[in-house]
Design a protein around this ligand. Sequence first.
Ligand code: NDP
Length: 295
Amino acid sequence: MSAEIIDGKAFAADLRAKVGTLAAEFEKRAGRRAGLAVVLVGQDAASQVYVAAKGKATLAAGMASFEHRLPADTDQDTLIALIQRLNEDPTVDGILTQLPLPKHLDEKTVIAAIDPDKDVDGITPVNAGRLVLGMDAPVSCTPLGCLMILRQRLGDLSGLDAVVVGRSILFGKPMAQLLLAANCTVTMAHSRTRNLPEVLRRADIVVAAIGQPEFIRGDWLKPGAIVLDGGINRLPPREGEEKGRLVGDVAFEEALDHVGAITPVPGGVGATTIAVLLRNAIVAAYANADIPLGK
Ligand code: NDP
């Protein structure tokens, strides 16, 4: 048996096209473009790449992109003052602070300064609370993308056994909440979980958000399960390679012989995140401008 490989790029292209249509409609009705601001502090190479990609995708979707690149030694008051200006700026609908922040900044305080209605990453305490309470809220982009893929493929998720491996604030925790709200029976596994293979063998749905290359083996997975591999891990380069290969948290080749469907790395979950960010930004724009979405 060979599993179906879920195409994250195709999913993202489809979602971007939908966002583009909504953005054009928004511009007509609001008399301005929807706006997404991204704040980057410091020179972290991966963050620079992500921020550039987000800016490009925002413009391509027909929205305005505001990039704020601050030096690595920016102090907390300056950063919070910028966030407050963006909170008050009526042309900015979404604000994303690229994480991780340099060590001297207090991430929790900075995040809490973002207006929850502009929090397109869904990480402010207010939005984390709204998610738990089952209220409408922006939700962290990567887990929301995973839920959208699952709904597209399986429809109603009620009663399915789901295991989320990893409990980070940006990924594992919101993922588990989304699955619970979709009526799955959810288990959250983490580094202290005993006998992970046994826990995983019960799962109809597995979401891996660990950050350990190929940690989850194929024979830990239930036959026919659907596996969303969120891990992005670069292996050390082999001889002749300039850069090592990117792999997920699941041993992909092994899993193909066991599961029903799986996302590859790259080209799976990771490929969907920016499209979901654009979706969160346009939803925030409609709400902030008081325009009913889809009418
Ligand atoms: P964190 O490092 O914040 O969290 C990792 C989680 O995995 C922790 O909860 C940890 O448990 C758990 N964990 C670590 N090792 C094991 C293990 N051996 N067995 C079981 N659980 C384990 O990572 P993130 O959530 O930020 O990211 C996870 C992965 O997802 C990374 O590869 C990251 O690159 C990727 N990612 C991808 C995104 C995208 O596609 N755009 C976005 C965000 C992340 P404990 O809490 O006990 O320490």
